[in-house]
Design a protein around this ligand. Structure first.
Ligand code: CP
Length: 325
């Protein structure tokens, strides 16, 4: 029987049963955000620290909202305002925050493995990876999966095409690891300089042309094209990239007319995706953001309330409404 936690460091290591359970739990939290009073007492008396040492709009705010909707006390520490700017090490920062007895530390960090490092030092708090360098972004893959499941009614039997910058690979890697659990076909399409060949070892088909990569896809995921890559000459210029790789209605209509489109955000309109697609009926982009709150509520809840319990023993419906005190 799988156990909850003690941390959420990646999709790597999770079973399909565990992913299903997080998604089922998240489905139960979706309606809390639709209420007039968007709050349940589930995590009253618990403390969540958001330690974000890299910029974020969606992930940081949705972990904060998720914690607050569960009645936890949420504290935000950002890179620019933290003592890491004075030379304090990450482990020292984490140990000091740990001394204030948080129940969960959510961390985003530019270095791959940073959440794993602090998880080794925090004995009494769960650590959640909110994006570590080029490595993983597990809560993003979970909210993507919830959005796909809601729209298509299933998570298996799918062909997913990930378009673009897989060097910024953490969203791609977490999605690939998750969809492997469901036996889905996963394709990646990017210029050769931006296609991570190691993904082929995970069973991903790598393409450099949109047509064959998109043909018959159920799900298209558009990744952000980093302007920083221009200076490193990964692409000669963004116009040329867009001419070949932009996710547009004509190309989707031609190769995968019924596909849905996701993007983790931020999106760069006109470079990697057109506004017609981003704002159109196949787009789940805003739904992904909405679902981010429910998925992060589920993650905080399962790591906090379910800590040490067997997943099957957790009565989500009852705990949701019950004061933890
Ligand atoms: N998708 C995502 O991680 O967005 P943020 O960088 O704004 O958190």
């Amino acid at each position: 029987m799988p156990e909850i936690g003690p941390h959420l460091l990646g999709i790597d290591g999770l079973t399909r049963g565990q992913v299903d359970f997080v998604l089922e739990t998240a489905e139960q939290f979706v309606e809390v955000s639709e209420r007039n009073v968007k709050k349940v007492p589930t995590l009253r008396g618990k403390t969540v620290i958001n330690l974000f040492l890299e910029p974020s709009t969606r992930t940081r705010s949705s972990f904060e909202i998720a914690g607050k909707r569960l009645s936890a006390d949420v504290i935000n520490v950002s890179g620019s305002s933290s003592s890491t700017t004075k030379g304090e090490t990450l482990v020292d920062t984490a140990m000091n925050l740990h001394s204030m007895r948080p129940d969960i530390v959510v961390i985003r960090h530019p270095a791959a493995g940073a959440p794993h490092l602090i998880a080794k030092h925090l004995k009494n708090a769960a650590v959640v990876n909110a994006g570590d360098g080029l490595h993983e972004h597990p809560s993003q893959a979970l909210l993507d999966a919830l959005s796909i499941k809601q729209r298509l009614g299933r998570l298996e039997g799918l062909t997913m095409t990930i378009v673009g910058d897989s060097l910024r690979a953490r969203v791609a890697r977490s999605n690939i690891l998750l969809h492997r659990l469901y036996g889905n076909k996963i394709r990646l399409v990017a210029p050769p300089t931006l296609a991570v060949r190691e993904f082929e070892e995970l069973g991903v088909e790598v393409f450099h042309e949109m047509g064959p990569a998109l043909k018959g896809a159920d799900v298209v995921m558009s990744l952000r094209m980093k302007h920083e890559y221009l200076k490193d000459f990964f692409v000669p210029n963004l116009d040329e990239y867009s001419r070949r790789f932009i996710v547009s209605e004509p190309v989707l209509k031609q190769y995968c007319p019924d596909c849905i489109v996701l993007a983790p955000g931020p999106i760069i309109r006109g470079t990697e995706i057109t506004s017609e697609v981003a704002d159109g009926p196949r787009s789940l982009i805003m739904k992904q953001v909405t679902n981010g709150v429910a998925v992060r509520m589920a993650v905080l809840f399962l790591l906090c309330v379910g800590r040490g319990a067997h997943w099957e023993d957790v009565d989500v419906a009852a705990a949701k409404e019950q004061a933890a005190a």
